[in-house]
Design a protein around this ligand. Structure first.
Ligand code: NAP
Length: 528
């Protein structure tokens, strides 16, 4: 391992690639037997963990004298021994003396760290008679499974932990809202003592990933998805490969997708791979947000540089922007918010750009497409199914390109409303099957009809597709919906929701980074 100084920070080169921070990834190991625990240690190393937390309280049976020594000897990584009692969320139900004896033994036998709860720390200190055996670092921990207290209370908590003799402070709270994490960052960043600070739950995920940015000592990464020792832990694989944990620095810019639900989003994969490939100092997160104005009020620093916005927050996000692109204003929804250098929020709608440019590309690629310099949509009859956020974006976009627009929607009144605004015709969904005023039309489905798992649903009969030269579907799971399959069988050009997704992401990437989007890479990632 080699150290080189780069931008004032230590950059470590190891066999696993570049590290721009010294934060550790700790794999919590929970096993019934010592042999299984040893297997997990090796697995943790192969997955890329820096340290393992051996949860003694999960072992069904073990002999402290022989088994702790064995585990320390064979462990290929530094160790942290935790023997968590029931009263602090662990599995140990025995007496304190036996628990303390096992922890003291671990210290004497060469454990690198042990964890003792704040509530037991004074008693444990008395038990050790003030003698801390070996080189072991003592982590004093506190867990709050109910909420995240105010900053003042957290400050008092870490003062008490420090006063109890911690070499490393650890506290974990529970996120009721994503903004709870900001209070924990505030504490972490100012701590004079090495600190592990986590906010549990999906709403606290950011606290685990941004640990190196805010000066945390370590974060927990699991061996497998779902095998967590506390709610909300990501896997080691996600930390390292999805969120580029090793590359994060104090000045790394934070981006992310705001939505609810949001964990299914593929956007973090797309952006983080692209950031890594061009060396852009940013990270893109899943942000489970309940209250959009509160989110923007709380994360108002320049560090929080840009956001994609998805269902159900596109309208609420627009209202939080200081300036909104005129097209997004007419659509009434933003899906991209960028923080300008003066801190102001600018909102725009790249759904519209993504979909329309994909359809234009499709038309240009087809034999019937225009080869002129104007939009190939000009003069065409563009039929939009749906009148929600995506429907509005497509209808405005098509109108702006000179198309004549018709809107078909389940709720006719919404179709009428949108059609009135874009100067088009309104239809009910039932009328669509017999709507054949001319040949060479464009059809765009912007409803969720045909989306996984209802993949046999389709918004319009196959017979009605004969008059369309191009059919687009915003649904992207599956990539080829029944509508697109039948359109292709009817001889129409097809454009997929994946094309739209990639198109809107290009535009956002360029707005976020000021760099051209790596288009080939985006396509490859989405194909995989
Ligand atoms: P939205 O604002 O909630 O609008 C949903 C629209 O679909 C409404 O017009 C609604 O009709 C209609 N609808 C919903 N369920 C229906 C059903 N069972 N039968 C008939 N009509 C139905 O949602 P959105 O943001 O526009 O998103 C719509 C779709 O586009 C979603 O599937 C989303 O995943 C997709 N999308 C894709 C991308 C991409 O990059 N590919 C980007 C954005 C959105 P009513 O007015 O009658 O309720």
């Amino acid at each position: 391992m080699e150290f080189a100084v780069e931008s004032g920070l230590k950059t470590m080169e190891s066999g696993e690639g570049i590290r721009r921070n010294q934060a550790l990834i700790c794999a919590p190991l929970m096993a019934d037997t010592v042999d299984q625990m040893v297997d997990l240690m090796h697995k943790a190393k192969s997955k890329g963990a820096d340290i393992v937390e051996i949860r003694l309280d999960h072992l069904k049976i073990f002999n402290p004298c022989s088994d702790i020594e064995k585990m320390i000897k064979v462990c290929p990584l530094p160790t942290l021994f935790t023997y968590r009692p029931l009263w602090e969320g662990g599995q140990y139900a025995g007496d304190e003396k036996s628990r303390f004896e096992a922890l003291r033994l671990a210290m004497e036998l060469g454990a690198d760290h042990i964890d003792i709860e704040l509530k037991a720390a004074h008693e444990f200190n008395d038990f050790l008679h003030g003698n801390k055996p070996g080189k072991c670092k003592v982590i004093i921990s506190s867990h709050n499974y109910d909420n995240t207290p105010p900053v003042k209370d957290l400050g008092n908590l870490i003062t008490r932990i420090q006063a109890a003799g911690a070499d490393i402070i650890k506290f974990a709270t529970t996120a009721l809202d994503i903004t709870d994490v900001a209070r924990v960052f505030q504490i972490t960043v100012h701590s004079q003592v090495p600190i592990i600070a986590m906010v549990m739950g999906e709403r606290g995920l950011m606290s685990r990933i941004l640990c190196p940015k805010f000066g945390g000592y370590l974060t927990f990464g699991t061996l497998e998805a779902g095998q967590v020792s506390a709610p909300g832990q990501p896997t080691i694989e996600e930390l390292v490969n999805l969120y580029n944990f090793r590359l994060l620095e104090p000045d790394t810019k934070v981006f992310g997708i705001i939505g609810n639900p949001v964990s299914h989003s593929k956007s973090p994969k797309l952006y983080n791979e692209a950031f890594k490939s061009v060396g852009f100092n940013g990270v893109y997160l899943h942000l489970l947000v309940d209250d959009v104005p509160k989110f923007f009020r709380t994360y108002s620093s320049l560090d929080f540089a840009g956001f994609s916005v998805t269902i159900p927050h596109k309208e609420a996000a627009l209202a939080c922007c200081d300036e909104v692109d005129p097209v997004a204003k007419s659509i009434g929804a933003v899906n991209c918010v960028v923080r300008r250098p003066d801190g102001k929020l600018f909102g725009c709608n790249t759904d519209y750009v993504g979909a329309i440019s994909s359809i234009e590309d499709g038309l240009r690629g087809s034999q019937n497409g225009s080869t002129g310099t104007g939009s190939p949509l000009a003069g065409k009859l563009f039929v939009v199914i749906g009148a929600g956020g995506a429907g509005k974006a497509l209808a405005y976009g098509a109108k702006e390109k000179g198309a004549r627009v018709a809107i078909a929607n389940r709720t006719y009144d919404r179709a009428r409303e949108l059609a009135d605004v874009v100067g088009g015709q309104a239809l009910s969904l039932a009328e669509l099957d017999n709507f054949r005023p001319e040949k060479g039309m464009i059809l765009a489905n912007t409803t969720s009809i045909g989306m996984h798992p209802k993949v046999n649903d389709t918004p319009v009969s196959k017979e009605a597709l004969a008059n369309y030269m191009l059919v687009f579907d915003a649904v992207y799971t599956p990539k080829i919906t029944r509508l697109l399959r039948e359109a292709a069988e009817s001889g129409a050009q097809i454009v997929t929701g994946v094309d739209m997704f990639i198109g809107q992401a290009y535009e956002q990437y360029e707005r976020f980074t000021g760099l051209p989007a790596p288009k080939v890479q985006f396509k490859k990632i989405m194909e995989n």
